[in-house]
Design a protein around this ligand. Structure first.
Ligand code: ATP
Length: 306
């Protein structure tokens, strides 16, 4: 499945800091709510900045009793590191990532950030420090400015413009009749898929999270759009710990580390070069993808002939 949070109510969970002033939007997020049993622990610790060290310790999880999806995930992610999760559809890549902002709680083991079990952290603080860039961008009816600043009502004009620039969206917005005050969505200007994605990236620059979760788009974008998005994502990931549900070879190759997931387990970790050399599950996956993509972009050195 290619949507980061399949149930639509999960959208609400990332909107923890929605602006109260935007009409309709609050009602929307109140209507859609997060899992009712995910609440603050009695003595939940407030957290401010995180260094973003994430430890998965024997993490187990299933959406339904008796149907385990994650069967013991162990992984230590270093502050600032980019880890790409790859593996067949349904392996559990999305599920692993959705446990970090506590869209669900683990059913066994624990996830620690900076050494603290995330169930002991104040939920609002945890989610404020984590940014999620989804494939399906959620825009509400309002101006571009409102859509970018929804989590940061105090954002200054300068901050918004800087976020636009870093998201490679400045020229697009400048070309619109009302600029930042152009209404988008249902009753306004329709944005293209690539523009919407860049808008969500601009939001993230403004949110400035310590941990980034990126559900990479599977949909094809034209080369220029793809290039712009890659460039802005690279800039966004700088200095943050990033977990990527990766679908693109270019992203995977540039990750610090790759974790190959199969049936709810990590079967291999390493860099692109290491895993290719190992000639295991990763190599097979990439070879299969090369066939699907129909192009060898140089990622695969030729196998040595026997
Ligand atoms: P893809 O590459 O297709 O996105 P994935 O590796 O991200 O796949 P997950 O989306 O994490 O895999 O799904 C793992 C398993 O959990 C699958 O069997 C899936 O059907 C199931 N699953 C995912 N979300 C839910 C949900 N909200 N409720 C019930 N089962 C779910």
């Amino acid at each position: 499945v290619n949507v980061f949070f399949r149930p639509v109510e999960k959208i609400a969970a990332v909107l923890e800091t929605y602006p109260k002033g935007i009409a309709g939007f609050r009602r929307y997020t109140e209507f859609l709510h997060t899992e009712p049993d995910i609440v603050d622990a009695p003595n939940a610790v407030p957290v401010d900045r995180l260094t973003g060290a994430i430890a998965f310790r024997d993490v187990r999880f299933g959406y339904r009793a008796g149907r385990p999806v994650l069967q013991g995930i162990d992984l230590e992610v270093r502050p600032g590191e980019t880890v790409a999760f790859v593996g067949p559809s349904g392996a559990g890549k999305t599920t692993i990532c959705s446990l970090v902002p506590r869209f669900y709680d683990v059913t066994g083991g624990a996830i620690l950030i900076d050494g603290i079990d995330i169930r002991q952290m104040r939920l609002a603080d945890l989610r404020r420090r984590i940014g999620v860039v989804q494939q399906d961008v959620f825009l509400f009816s309002g101006t571009i400015r409102e859509n970018i600043a929804y989590g940061r009502l105090d954002a200054t004009e300068g901050e918004i413009v800087s976020a636009l620039r870093r998201a490679r969206l400045e020229e697009t917005v400048a070309a619109l009749p009302e600029g930042l005050d152009t209404v988008v969505g249902e009753r306004g200007v329709k944005l293209s898929g690539g523009q919407k994605q860049r808008l969500s990236i601009a939001r993230m620059f403004l949110k400035d999270p310590d941990i980034l979760i990126l559900d990479e788009a599977t949909s094809a974008l034209d080369t220029e759009t793809e290039r712009l998005i890659q460039a802005s994502l690279t800039e966004l990931a700088e200095g943050r710990t990033s977990l990527v549900i990766a679908h693109r070879l270019s992203t995977i190759r540039h990750a610090d580390r790759i974790a190959v997931i199969e049936a709810g387990r990590i079967v291999e970790t390493g860099s692109h070069a290491e895993l290719l050399r190992a000639g295991g599950p990763y190599r097979r996956l990439i070879e299969a993808q090369e066939v699907v993509l129909g192009a060898n972009d140089g990622a695969l050195p030729p196998r040595r002939s026997p």
